[in-house]
Design a protein around this ligand. Structure first.
Ligand code: DX5
Ligand code: ZN
Length: 216
């Protein structure tokens, strides 16, 4: 079985020891740092903003995988490019002109990701998939860490994989929410390329080892 890319979500880190937790990810087998930005409007929670992302960037040695859960993300594309985001993911539900947003992200030198809420059908990406570097399938409703994984995610992964192959696209599939050692292997078998894990990593006794286990 192929090994997924692992992106620990710093939302579950100890913010009083953020440098320590970023350095833990640096020293682990993780591939990316997953950074959740929430505005309290698109989702019912506010996480952290640019000054904190800047602090993370200062210590991070791996690519920054930035997940924007905000309305009108076009306003901040340049800002996140300057903050060093490698991938910038916006929500399908937050973009009136998704194609334009994807082009703008790429024009700023970043990979373009599109996130889908649990209720959003993957086939809505039929006309944009060739332009999208990564699709993030939300396997919980966005806004909080530590929620229960939604099983229908497996059907979505399979449908998305078919869509990608049908269009001869190279899009990666990232799964975000409720990922644990109980579902990681099945997610990869279904077609997932990248696994985000917050609580399962940071609340574990030995996060470095937990990351290694998820990597498989
Ligand atoms: C939720 C965020 C996730 C979150 C995942 O809105 O997008 O990245 O941190 O946390 P866990 O792994 O605890 O479900
Ligand atoms: Zn996320």
């Amino acid at each position: 079985m192929k090994h997924p890319l692992i992106a620990p979500s710093l939302l579950a880190a100890d913010f009083g020891n953020l440098q320590r937790d970023v350095e833990m990810v640096n020293a682990s087998e993780a591939d990316w740092h997953h950074i959740d930005v929430m505005d309290g409007v698109f989702v019912p929670n506010i996480s952290y903003g640019m000054p904190v992302v800047k602090a993370i960037q200062k210590y991070a040695t791996k690519p920054l995988d930035v997940h924007l859960m905000i309305v009108d993300p076009d306003r901040y594309i340049e800002t996140f490019a300057k903050l060093g985001a490698a991938t910038l993911t916006v929500h399908y539900e937050a973009c009136t002109h998704l194609h334009r947003t994807i082009q703008a992200i790429k024009a700023h030198g970043m990979k373009a990701g599109v996130a889908l809420n649990p209720h959003t059908n993957v086939n809505l990406l039929e006309d944009t998939i060739q332009d999208i570097d990564m699709v993030l399938i939300m396997s919980v409703n966005p806004g909080f860490g530590g929620q229960t994984f939604i099983e229908n995610t497996f059907n979505k992964i399979k449908a998305l994989k078919e869509l990608i192959l049908r269009n001869k696209a190279k899009t990666l599939i990232e799964i975000d929410g409720g990922v644990t050692n109980k579902n990681a292997k099945d997610l990869v078998e279904a077609g997932a390329d990248v696994l985000v894990a917050g609580s399962f990593v940071f609340k574990s006794q030995d996060p470095v080892r937990t990351i290694s286990e998820l990597k498989g």
